[in-house]
Every structure is written in structure tokens, then in C-alpha cells.
Design a protein around this ligand. Structure first.
Ligand SMILES: Cc1cc2nc3c(=O)[nH]c(=O)nc-3n(C[C@H](O)[C@H](O)[C@H](O)COP(=O)(O)O)c2cc1C
Length: 160
């Protein structure tokens, strides 16, 4: 499968999670297009946006659970390029000390915007030890398995 993996990260927590997801996708023989939206644009790193089977977006949260401007810009570019893709999975990091109701708010907002059919992965601060590594692996396995099944459903629907 071809996977577009885009993330924003101020202090590295979300980048660590993104790297772990990428490593797991590549270890499972999937091709990953990597976009660090803080320094790169969609056009620079991904001229052929359509044709990805899965879009994986990762974000930290800012200002009462909002989405950082760099990720908002990337999402606007993505929607301009291909509309809202069906297969978008969202992950991110946050801190409960900013208020339970705002915890990982950007992850929830992005998932809602794309009407994501996948579970969200939310990690408090930086990923720690075996437990978070196992959560990231299990989440990545789950979305990789689900996307295959959902694409098969799409094909069956089209064949009707
Ligand atoms: C100005 C500011 C506002 C923040 N607001 C929130 C928030 O509303 N909700 C939340 O979950 N985390 C909030 N955080 C915490 C970060 O999202 C969290 O530390 C995250 O892991 C940072 O990820 P990064 O290392 O990838 O930049 C805020 C952090 C900063 C600096």
C-alpha cells in the first residue's frame, strides 16, 4: 500500500510517534511518503497526492485543543489537491494538564473534519517505554488491516 504520513511537532513528541508508525509501516512492506508539515509543503514532498491508499495525519494540540496552523495549512492543501480522502487515520500527542476537555483536541478535530472511520491514537506527552511502543504498534497494525478491508468493501460496492 502507498501511505502518506504527515505530521507537525513543536518539541518532538509527535515526531517520535510518527517515526515509530513509519518504521512499522515500512517493516510491513508498505511505501510511506513522509511530510514534515512544519518545514515542508505537500507540493514539495508529494507531487502525486492522489493514489495513496491511506492518509495518516499526526498533530500536537495548541490553545484549548486546537490544531496548529502548520497542520491547518497542510490540510487545506490536501483538500485542494484531492478533496477529503476517505481513508484518513489520525494520531497525536497532548497533555491533560491543559484540561481534560482540551486533551489532544487537534486529533479529535482533524478526525471529525475527515469523518475518519479509524480509531484515534492519543499519547500523553512523549511516547514512553514498552507500553506506548506496543500501543503504537497495535494501532498501526489495526489501521493497516482495516484499510485493506475497507478498500475491499469499496471494490465490492463499485462492482455492484
Ligand atoms: C502553547 C501550548 C498550548 C497547548 N495546549 C494544549 C491543549 O490544548 N491540549 C493538549 O492536549 N495539549 C496542549 N499542549 C501540550 C502539547 O500539545 C504537548 O506537549 C505535545 O505533546 C507537544 O507535542 P510536540 O512535542 O510534538 O510538539 C499545549 C502546549 C503548548 C506549548
Amino acid at each position: 500500500m502507498r501511505i502518506l504520513l504527515a505530521h507537525t511537532s513543536l518539541s518532538g513528541n509527535t515526531r517520535d510517534v510518527a517515526h515509530a508508525i513509519r518504521a512499522h509501516c515500512e517493516a510491513s512492506a508498505h511505501a510511506v511518503t513522509w511530510v514534515d508539515v512544519d518545514t515542508r509543503t505537500l507540493a514539495q514532498d508529494c507531487p502525486h497526492v492522489a493514489g495513496h491508499h491511506l492518509y495518516v495525519l499526526g498533530s500536537w494540540s495548541i490553545n484549548a485543543g486546537r490544531t496548529p496552523p502548520e497542520m491547518k495549512r497542510f490540510i487545506a492543501d490536501l483538500v485542494d489537491a484531492v478533496g477529503k480522502p476517505e481513508h484518513v487515520a489520525v494520531f497525536g500527542t497532548g497533555e491533560t494538564q491543559w484540561g481534560e476537555e482540551h486533551y489532544c483536541g487537534a486529533v479529535r478535530r482533524i478526525a471529525r473534519f475527515f469523518d475518519s472511520p479509524y480509531p484515534r491514537l492519543e499519547i500523553e506527552q512523549m511516547p514512553h517505554g514498552h507500553r506506548d511502543a506496543a500501543r503504537i504498534r497495535a494501532w498501526t497494525d489495526h489501521i493497516l488491516t482495516s484499510v485493506g478491508t475497507l478498500h475491499e468493501d469499496d471494490q465490492r460496492h463499485l462492482a455492484r
